[in-house]
Design a binder for this molecule. Structure first.
Ligand SMILES: [Zn+2]
Length: 374
């Protein structure tokens, strides 16, 4: 399979439109038509990772943090990003990055973290808002099934775990065609009435044009009447952080021990009483301290995230405990999810694909204990 096909697989799961506006996700460099047999997974694109990719003869690197974040004015061997680009270009190694789009999708960074900690009833902590539209189209009854199917296939009608969601109501459409028209029903110059179905389907805003094109391609009318509404609703399919429940309540002390063990996090910073009862857990892989209020509003007993500032620890109180388990530690588990997805896709396609995990430890943060154990 090619770099472009793999990008498509990724973006079906974590669409680019769902990423932060200023993020730079997707293909970072490489030939889209290049065939891929070996992929290297990493959180970060460092020079060591680039050297490893060359040594292990991979075709594509998939990184979480983008290789190119700010526009590059120059590509030279005199600075690190330039050296990475030059080394990879020489060996025709492509780079694909899935960053905030992977944070905001189901089974992405935070859902994976929730699964690692055995949480149940996993859902988004703060679903994205204002990312949905509704398309309303008026269709003659015998054609409604075909139009609905075409819109669904293009990505309309997905609400949580449900697909092909639509609402249909019967009404009467009227129209008067000029003498230059070729109406599907009736004659030009005559006021016509037709039984029509008002078909409504929700769609991600970014897919509106694509769905409208799919709808028009099977709609029988010469001039299709349709409306597009922007919705302010929460989008149940995309959001920030995750919320879930432990199978049974435990103490903050036991939850810290579980977190440390499962995330291989040698030291955890936290605020809260060690005896505090923990059952509902809010979490966000990477920098998620902005979600403290959302976590509290959702009744979480603890927020587990990274990059927590001193004053944010102060904001945690008796109602909610706060844990900083490290940026790298809270994001690393998603690489397993990526590997499983890519391997599953290759198996489905019956194509050979080797997915490797980078052996380079890209975490620049080390822990120091005075007794010298680390
Ligand atoms: Zn990150």
């Amino acid at each position: 399979m090619t770099v472009a096909e793999l990008a498509h697989v990724f973006e079906d799961w974590a669409p680019k439109w769902s990423a932060w506006e200023r993020d730079n996700v997707g293909i970072q460099m490489g030939d889209l038509g290049k065939s891929v047999r070996t992929i290297l997974l990493t959180l970060d694109m460092t020079e060591s990772v680039a050297q490893e990719a060359v040594a292990r003869k991979v075709d594509l690197i998939v990184s979480h943090h983008p290789l190119l974040y700010r526009p590059l004015a120059t590509v030279t061997a005199q600075e690190p990003t330039g050296r990475i680009v030059l080394a990879l270009a020489k060996k025709e190694i492509a780079v694909y990055s899935a960053h905030t789009n992977l944070d905001f999708t189901t089974e992405g960074v935070s859902f994976t973290l929730a699964r690692v900690l055995d949480l149940q009833h996993i859902r988004f902590l703060a679903p994205l808002r204002s990312t949905l539209a509704k398309i309303v189209v008026f269709v003659p009854e015998p054609h409604v099934e075909r139009v609905t199917a075409a819109m669904a296939a293009a990505g309309a009608g997905i609400i949580g775990e449900y697909s092909s969601c639509s609402f249909q109501s019967l009404g009467t459409g009227t129209f008067l065609g000029s003498d230059r028209t070729h109406p599907f029903v009736g004659k030009p110059g005559t006021l016509e009435q037709a039984d029509e179905i008002r078909l409504e389907m929700a769609v991600p805003r970014a897919k509106t044009e694509y769905v409208v094109r799919a709808m028009k391609s099977v709609h029988p009318y010469e001039e299709v009447a349709y409306d597009i509404y922007h919705l302010e609703n929460e989008n149940p399919n995309f959001g920030m952080g995750a919320l879930g429940d432990l199978p049974r309540p435990t103490s903050l002390k036991s939850f810290l021990a579980l977190t440390s063990k499962r995330l291989h996090a040698p030291s955890l910073r936290y605020a809260g009483s060690l005896n505090k009862k923990i059952q509902r857990v809010a979490l966000c892989g990477g920098s998620g301290s902005d979600l403290l209020a959302a976590a509290r509003n959702q009744g979480a007993d603890v927020l587990l995230t990274a990059d927590v500032r001193y004053h944010t620890f102060h904001e945690a109180d008796e109602q909610i405990a706060l844990i900083d388990a490290g940026h790298w530690e809270t994001e690393y588990p998603v690489l397993e999810t990526i590997a499983a997805r890519l391997r599953g896709y290759a198996t489905l396609r019956r194509e050979p694909l080797t997915v490797l995990f980078s052996k380079t430890n890209t975490n620049p943060v080390r822990s120091f204990c005075f007794d010298g154990r680390r």
